[in-house]
Design a protein around this ligand. Structure first.
Ligand code: FES
Length: 153
């Protein structure tokens, strides 16, 4: 074999190796990107077993500034945490009892409002208006040091 043919074979093998490596990396990135949100969804965030045996969930108090609300997953359910004052927090199921839309906090009215059919709830979950047939389930919530704790009422 001449030197030219050997050089072309070597360079062909390098190209194939490079292509195989590129395909492998592309697959790894695609699979990782697809699995990351699934794994993140399945793993509960920042929860521990409470002293009474019930699950206590906590988030950083810095995540919910005074006057605002944050949507979290507590016991795998959408839960809205509202911080009215520095040490006054509320946690309720965010699933509207009418047809299951996610309620939103309206600071001006100090109410939770369902964007789908305008059901309104107070911070204890009581229905203030609209078609919702039942109150929103409420949880115990408290600010302790730099965390907001949530547990079953
Ligand atoms: S789903 Fe909330 S009012 Fe209809």
């Amino acid at each position: 074999m001449s030197d030219e043919i050997i050089k072309e074979e070597v360079s062909g093998k390098d190209r194939r190796s490079f292509l195989n490596l590129s395909i492998f990396i592309s697959f790894a990135v695609a699979i990782g990107g697809a699995l990351y949100p699934v794994i993140k969804y399945l793993l509960p965030a920042d929860s521990t077993k409470g002293t009474e045996g019930g699950e206590t969930f906590f988030i950083s108090a810095d995540d919910v500034s005074v006057g605002s609300a944050k949507l979290v997953r507590y016991k795998n359910r959408p839960t809205i945490v509202v911080r009215l004052k520095e040490n006054e927090v509320y946690a309720l199921s965010a699933v509207c009892t009418h047809l299951g839309c996610i309620v939103k906090w309206h600071e001006d009215a100090k109410e939770l409002l369902c964007p789908c059919h305008a059901a309104r709830f107070d911070l204890y979950g009581n229905v203030l208006g609209g078609p919702a047939p039942k109150p929103l389930p409420a949880y115990k919530a408290a600010v302790e040091e730099d965390r907001i704790l949530i547990r079953e009422a």
